[in-house]
Design a protein around this ligand. Structure first.
Ligand code: ADP
Length: 472
């Protein structure tokens, strides 16, 4: 059973179910038909016996008889005689009617089981049953009460087998019709299952093709349709598209990082080779070592940034969110970073008190410190950095974020066309390429904002400074 295809399994289950339904239907048809036929037989018996009451007339003497042309029968009874219509003897639908005396003996008429019924008690206008040699008979009696007929009973007898002809023709028809319907349903079911499950084969083939060719650009083709299997193929295709995107991003990251690491490595190699070419003074060795240390630090920063990035993407559970005092975080960090005092830049902080936020302390600190570091790095001599933390009504803040954190500087600014690129990994404007940055600072900021379901926006013009605003 386990090795069968889904199509065969469905067809098998369907066939078994159909067989049971057909068998049940056959039994129900036979039993209902039998009940209806038996009731019709009993009704026919009652009707015939009741009708025969009018076929008997009593006359006190021969002189009183009707002189009609009917072929009637005359039997002496009591002091007079009975005139019995000839219809009385016709056994309609095998129903026999007879006249019986009070003691059960047959007086006139036909009764195939007269001997057996003679033992039966009369019950007025009630159908009784009697089994004779394995056959069931219905017996129906009417007591005659018309003057002169006292002491006579009209007894009708009919065998239940009378319905056998009808029953066997119903059974024959059912045995031809029901299996034909069953066969048609099974063939129809098999064909429908085959047609409906065809996309599964296409999905399997498509997935195998993608696996063999290692080509995530391949898509599963199942044609038009809106059922569950088309939905499944659609989900697979979306998954492949996502995998393709993240694979491409991963490759880009690897290639960008190797590219970025190559520069300091080349500088270190070149510096070493140049220094070792000939004997150098202590001063010259010191200078060479300083260059090597600078490049080593740059590589260290780069590797750390890359590691942090990967961690945030692949292990977000390492950064649990908790309710924290955002005002305290901003004020403390500003206090610490104001001590940098690089290029004579002054850092000021305006934070509304008591702002609480559900986020990750480490990441939020990293985000703000990256923004402030950039403000120092791209700030002018004796410039200013303003850090502001504010809250706003949900209606006035962007997309219902109600915490606004901004870092404003009066530094070199960023050209309009660069705004959309600065958040990309390793992007550095030409003017800042040779600087101390790794090109990962803002990409990390944007990743942290995304992690907190926030938004970031930049306003900047060359020579007029920049403002980075984070909405949480
Ligand atoms: P980097 O390590 O080069 O600073 P970032 O990702 O932090 O990398 O920033 C990307 C680029 O955006 C920088 O190279 C710089 O050109 C520009 N930039 C970022 N912050 C500022 C700022 N406050 N003022 C001017 N330019 C900025």
């Amino acid at each position: 059973m386990k090795k069968l295809t889904i199509r065969t399994k469905i067809t098998l289950w369907f066939s078994v179910a159909m067989f049971l339904i057909v068998a049940l239907t056959y039994i129900v048809i036979l039993s209902v038909s039998n009940q209806v036929i038996q009731k019709t037989i009993r009704d026919g018996l009652i009707e015939t016996v009741a009708a025969n009451v009018d076929e008997i007339e009593y006359f006190g003497s021969i002189d009183e008889l009707n002189n009609s042309n009917d072929v009637d029968y005359y039997v002496y009874y009591g002091d007079g005689l009975l005139e019995i219509d000839d219809d009385f003897l016709d056994s309609v639908n095998q129903i026999y009617t007879s006249l019986c005396l009070e003691d059960g003996t047959l007086f006139y008429g036909e009764n195939p089981i007269a001997r057996e019924t003679a033992e039966m008690d009369f019950i007025n206008e009630q159908v009784q049953t009697l089994e004779v040699e394995g056959t069931l008979y219905y017996v129906y009696d009417i007591q005659l009460t018309i003057e002169g007929l006292e002491g006579l009973w009209l007894r009708g007898v009919v065998s239940e087998e009378q319905g056998n002809v009808e029953m066997s023709s119903i059974s024959r028809m059912s045995l031809i019709l029901l299996p034909s319907i069953m066969l048609l349903a099974i063939i129809g079911g098999y064909l429908t299952a085959r047609r409906m499950l065809r996309p599964i084969k296409q999905i399997t083939d498509g997935a195998a093709k993608i696996r063999q060719g290692n080509d995530l650009k391949e898509r599963i083709e199942v044609g038009e349709g809106k059922d569950e299997l088309h939905e499944l193929a659609d989900q697979f295709n979306q998954m492949f598209a996502r995998l393709d995107d993240s694979f491409a991003a991963q490759q880009q990251f690897v290639s960008d990082s190797s590219h970025e690491l190559r520069t300091p490595v080349s500088v270190i190699n070149a510096q070493c080779e140049l220094t070792l070419e000939q004997d150098r003074s202590t001063e010259e060795y010191k200078e060479a070592l300083q260059v090597i240390r600078r490049q080593g630090r740059k590589m260290d920063r780069l590797v750390n940034d890359m590691l942090e990035f990967t961690r945030l993407e692949t292990q977000p559970e390492r950064y649990p969110k908790e309710e924290l005092d955002l005002t305290g975080l901003v004020e403390n960090l500003c206090y610490d970073m104001a001590l940098i005092g690089e290029k004579g830049i002054e850092l000021s902080c305006e934070a509304v008190p008591g702002v609480r936020y559900n986020g990750n302390y480490e990441l939020l600190t990293r985000m703000l410190s990256n923004l402030i570091t950039n403000a120092y790095r791209y700030g002018n001599e004796n410039g200013h950095i303003r850090v502001r933390l504010n809250t706003a009504d949900e209606t006035s803040a962007r997309d219902a974020h109600h915490i606004i954190l901004s870092v404003q500087d009066d530094g070199i600014g960023i050209a309009e066309e660069e705004h959309e690129h600065i958040f990309r990994r390793f992007y550095q404007s030409d003017s800042s390429r040779s600087g101390a940055g790794s090109g990962l600072g803002l990409a990390m900021v944007s990743e942290i904002v995304r992690f907190h379901d926030g938004e970031i926006k930049v306003e900047s013009r060359p020579g007029e400074g920049s403002t980075f605003t984070v909405y949480l």
